[in-house]
Write a protein that binds this ligand. Structure first.
Ligand code: ZN
Length: 268
């Protein structure tokens, strides 16, 4: 089993095009601080590579992943697994329209939002056949009922999941900590969107707290992650999170939890 980290930022990336906060300005000044939207490539068995979430950066992310080099007109990409239906995790599907067929694993709620809310089913039909299926050999653990804003009129469902595949647990967004979360995992990626619960309000990006936005902040999860026997890493960092600055003192307060960086390879 191996994982390649392809992106580690929350919506907007770092820097975000319309923002001059310290995190964004730092990334403009120092290119190594730039972060693409959160995504990983996972290879649960040799030769079968899945992308977890389809971000607006997907084409560049595929180019950066040596496991996804095409042979002739054939790509080793076996499919895309969606952990939620947010725009930053689904818009990349349109960039894959050159395929004949695309296998996508997602919950029913996510499938309906992407198909009917974003109308991607209809829009992409003349280009590529979308083949929706249950997450085979993997499971999608519910971690939040937060609907994307564009899907506000859709019914309740399993909107946000953690992906469990082999010893990997990938949870770029989690509004709750499910019982037993990570207990038997080898590697855990957890929601690192915000440092503390008030960050969205103090930074001016929202009136809501981090938890109300569906993201448990780092301060609410670091102890619990540190208590797991798994290797734990934060991903999906918002540009306002002080952890986007590698020199921030906050890194010393992570209790051994790491911050994921792009290009990271983890195999076990
Ligand atoms: Zn910013």
């Amino acid at each position: 089993m191996r994982v390649h980290v392809l992106g580690t930022a929350a919506g907007g990336g770092v820097p975000q095009w319309n923002c001059a906060c310290p995190g964004c300005e730092g990334a403009r000044a120092v290119p190594s601080r730039r972060r693409l939207h959160a995504s990983i490539a996972v290879e649960p068995e040799p030769g079968r590579v899945y992308l977890v979430n389809a971000t607006p950066d997907i084409a560049e992310q595929i180019e950066r992943c040596p496991w996804l080099r095409p042979h002739g007109r054939r790509s080793p990409l076996a499919g895309v697994i969606l952990t939620d239906a947010e725009l930053d995790h689904t818009l990349g599907l349109t960039r894959l329209r050159e395929a004949d067929e695309l296998e996508i694993m997602a919950t029913d709620a996510v499938r309906k939002a992407v198909g009917e809310g974003l109308r991607l089913e209809e829009t992409l039909a003349p280009y590529v056949r979308l083949r929706w299926r249950d997450a085979d050999g993997a499971s999608l653990v519910p971690v939040s009922g937060k609907r994307p804003r564009y899907a506000r009129d859709f019914t309740d469902g399993q909107w946000v999941s953690a992906l469990r595949i082999g010893g990997l647990l990938y949870a770029p967004a989690m509004g709750v900590w499910p019982a037993g979360f990570g207990a038997d995992a080898d590697v855990v990626f957890a929601d690192g969107t915000f440092w503390d619960d008030d960050e969205p309000r103090t930074s001016g990006c929202s009136e809501k707290t981090a938890t109300e936005m569906g993201h448990l902040p780092v301060l609410a999860t670091r102890e619990r992650l540190a208590a797991l026997s798994a290797r734990c890493l934060y991903t999906h960092l918002n540009n306002t999170n002080p952890l986007v600055d590698p020199d921030a003192p906050h890194h010393a307060e992570l209790r051994g939890v790491e911050v994921a960086s792009e290009g990271m390879l983890i195999a076990w």
